[in-house]
Ligand binder design. Sequence first.
Ligand SMILES: Nc1nc2c(ncn2[C@@H]2O[C@H](COP(=O)(O)OP(=O)(O)O)[C@@H](O)[C@H]2O)c(=O)[nH]1
Ligand SMILES: [Mg+2]
Length: 235
Amino acid sequence: MNSKSLVIIPTYNEIENIEPLIHKVHGVLPETSILVIDDNSQDGTTEMVEKIKSSDSRVDLIRRPGKLGLGTAYIAGFKYAIEKGYDFIFEMDGDFSHDPAYLPAFLTAAKEADLVIGSRYIPGGGVVNWSFFRKLISIGGSIYSRLILAMPYKDLTGGFKCFRREALMAIPLDDVFSEGYSFQIEMTYRVHKKGMRIREIPIIFKERVGGKSKMSKKIFIEAIFRVWQIKLTSL
Ligand SMILES: Nc1nc2c(ncn2[C@@H]2O[C@H](COP(=O)(O)OP(=O)(O)O)[C@@H](O)[C@H]2O)c(=O)[nH]1
Ligand SMILES: [Mg+2]
């Protein structure tokens, strides 16, 4: 049986990264499809992806009218993936923080898991070029969520993941309510609550070189409260 994979890349102003990133993904997994979800970038990202798409049938683009957030971008991508019959669906940042070289390791792990998490906080994983403060918030956020939600996984806020189609189909996608970091926590919790198999594989996360982070204080603060909403909502 031939299984199909889709790499979903949400973008907002990633002109310095998107073209080389698409090439690198295809250098590693020539057969995979790539779906970019762009929120009306102002720096030419949209036009660049349109151009690549016009000459490469493996690349597709969803254009949204404005910056609507990572959560709804991924939900749109998941629905697209289900509709088009993809078997393995990746989440990946568009800024090279997530090295495409790991993609085959995700696929290997996904043979025996419904969700594979790229984990910075297990042996072999790590973060390069982050301030002490940023590390503290990220590790603290994972520990906080792990304790409240009673899940054993070490990296709950990372966004380098691979879902099997069955995992996405088991989740009522229209009910997912989180945005930023809490989106990652909520998706993992929902898969966990379904009793599905989750595995972590080590990744080294590298802070972006080109472009700017869209992370904000608001997204951190959202996560603190959302974890409780995730726990208290009967999922
Ligand atoms: N479509 C879309 N992409 C976004 C949005 N916010 C961030 N992104 C993309 O999501 C990925 C991760 O965002 P980034 O700013 O690097 O966050 P950080 O890695 O936590 O600092 C990047 O590819 C961004 O371009 C958004 O509102 N909509
Ligand atoms: Mg980033």
